[in-house]
Design a protein around this ligand. Structure first.
Ligand code: AHR
Length: 503
């Protein structure tokens, strides 16, 4: 059996620019993400550049990684940046706490190392500040230390520690999940605290205009009350963050229903965006745009728990579900200003996994590779004229807040962008067992050949591993498509990106 779909790509209906920041990432000091995954230290037997694993650096540099958020997550609200600067041997050994894990933090990976990592892989750094156990002064000092061109004691200290030029860090998060792990604030209290922090952070004029990210939530009430609390001080607010995790069944052993429920994560994300957009439109009318920073998102499988260091194998199912989320970000590129999948290496919905000296790429790494040509492009509206759907039962486990009602899931998702004489079209076939015959009508566009990249595998639960690092990968072939109609055949549970020259 084969399913069929028809899609229109509307060349004259543009939605905005797909900022590369929508394809951002997140590295937290939790489990084996930062230590082991990224950082092994300069004395490790594992090949490294200044302490960072060479194999991981090379894989990340290839993608690209436009944006990297660090050091947390929940870790950020107990992190004191001064402990991570200065000679490696004299840094304190502190208690690292995030999501129930208590381990020794060597502070070997600190601000300088993180910024060096970003430069090496081409990422813009995004630092998450400490509101929970910190002070506005501590965060102002961090900004000054990183960015100040003046001859202050803090800037001198940065220079003495090896970074002569200001680091030019633009993105600063004012706390993380302060409704929960970041201090269990009441929304009104957080809004007051945010104003205090942001007022003083704005005063550090250090050559780089800071963009401040306030802590939002997928909880409508929190966002409403925080933004209402800031409505008379909107100049302090550049972005409001939203986080969304979801799960359905085990990472690799799941029922057909659970397979499809995972695909509904894109709906949850879109619902979060729609509701946050309404709050922002209501309270910020007439003011410069406040972006939604979707700075943590991804699938959090139940076995990726504290005992497992928040690790689970990444499957083709996860990558296909992530495609739907990227499609939603592209569609909302006029409002969503950045997005960071959680997390970059080893932890949760990661792109890369490591074991000792072995490294392999997850299907989600390949998905980001497939979507990279959309970065910087102009998003075009697409409409599905006909597509298979599946009736979905209600579902509300294991995250009570990630509840789906009875619904209808489209089994096709898409993104289209144009840039520099090229049309980029990504199509996802979510059907678990059936291939998809897709006909795409290009309106106001005509193409003359291109390349087709296909992410598929032998099973939806297929994953890569140290022993089988290339079980799931990307196949590339030439396309001789000409004119205004494209015909594609997608395997079950797959994603294709066609990059086409515009005539
Ligand atoms: O990504 C893991 C954790 O999930 C982060 O520390 C926290 O922000 C979120 O709850």
């Amino acid at each position: 059996m084969t399913t069929a779909a028809t899609l229109s790509v509307l060349g004259n209906e543009t939605l905005g620019t797909v900022s590369p920041l929508l394809h951002g990432h997140f590295a937290e000091h939790i489990g084996r993400c930062c230590y082991d995954g990224l950082w092994v230290g300069p004395d490790s037997a594992i090949p490294n550049e200044g302490g960072f694993r060479t194999d991981v650096l090379d894989a990340l540099a290839k993608l690209p990684i436009p944006l990297l958020r660090w050091p947390g997550g929940c870790f950020a609200d107990t992190y004191h940046w001064r402990e991570g600067i200065g000679p490696a041997g004299s840094r304190p050994r502190t208690l690292a706490e995030s999501c129930g894990l208590n381990v020794v933090e060597s502070n070997a990976l600190g601000t300088h190392e993180f910024v060096a990592l970003c430069r090496r892989i081409g990422a813009e750094p995004y630092l998450a500040g400490n509101v929970g156990t910190g002070t506005p002064q501590e965060m102002m000092d961090w900004v000054q230390y990183c960015n100040s061109p003046l001859d202050t004691t803090l800037a001198r200290e940065r220079r003495a520690n090896g970074h002569a030029a200001p680091m030019g860090v633009r993105f600063w998060g004012v706390g993380n999940e302060n409704w929960g792990c970041g201090g269990n604030y009441d929304a009104g209290d957080y809004a007051k605290e945010y104003k205090r922090y942001a007022t003083f952070l704005r005063q550090v004029q250090a050559g780089t205009t800071l963009e401040l990210i306030a802590c939002g939530d997928s909880n409508r009430d929190w966002n409403l009350r925080v933004v209402e609390g800031l409505r008379n001080h909107l100049s302090l607010l550049d972005h409001l963050s939203v986080h969304r995790y979801w799960a359905a069944g085990h990472a690799t052993e799941f029922t057909e229903d659970e397979y499809y429920q995972i695909m509904r994560g894109a709906e949850l994300v879109e619902d979060d965006i729609r509701c946050t957009d309404e709050v922002l439109r209501f309270f910020t009318a007439g003011h410069p745009q406040v972006g939604i920073a979707f700075d943590e998102w991804g699938i959090w499988h139940p076995q990726a728990n504290a005992q497992a260091g928040y690790e689970a194998p990444g499957t083709l199912r996860d990558a296909v579900a992530a495609a739907g989320v990227l499609d939603v970000f592209h569609k909302w590129c006029g409002r969503v200003s950045m997005a960071n999948i959680a997390q970059i290496v080893n932890v949760l919905h990661c792109l890369i996994q490591t074991r000792e000296d072995k490294m392999w790429l997850t299907p989600t790494y390949h998905l980001f590779q497939l979507y990279a040509p959309h970065q910087g492009g102009t998003a075009l509206r697409t409409t599905l004229e006909a597509a298979p759907t599946r009736d979905m039962p209600a579902f509300s486990k294991p995250w009570p807040e990630a509840t789906w009602g009875v619904g209808t899931l489209p089994l096709v998702s898409s993104s289209a962008t144009r840039k520099d004489g090229q049309l980029v079209l990504s199509i996802t076939n979510r059907h678990l067992t059936q291939p998809l015959e897709m006909e795409a009508a290009l309106h106001g566009l005509s193409v003359r050949g291109g390349t087709l990249h296909t992410l598929a595998g032998d099973a939806a639960n297929a994953s890569n591993s140290a022993d089988r690092p290339a079980r799931v990968g990307v196949q590339t072939s030439a396309m001789d498509a000409q004119g205004g109609t494209l015909r594609l055949t997608l395997p079950p549970c797959s994603v294709q990106t066609a990059t086409l020259a515009l005539a």
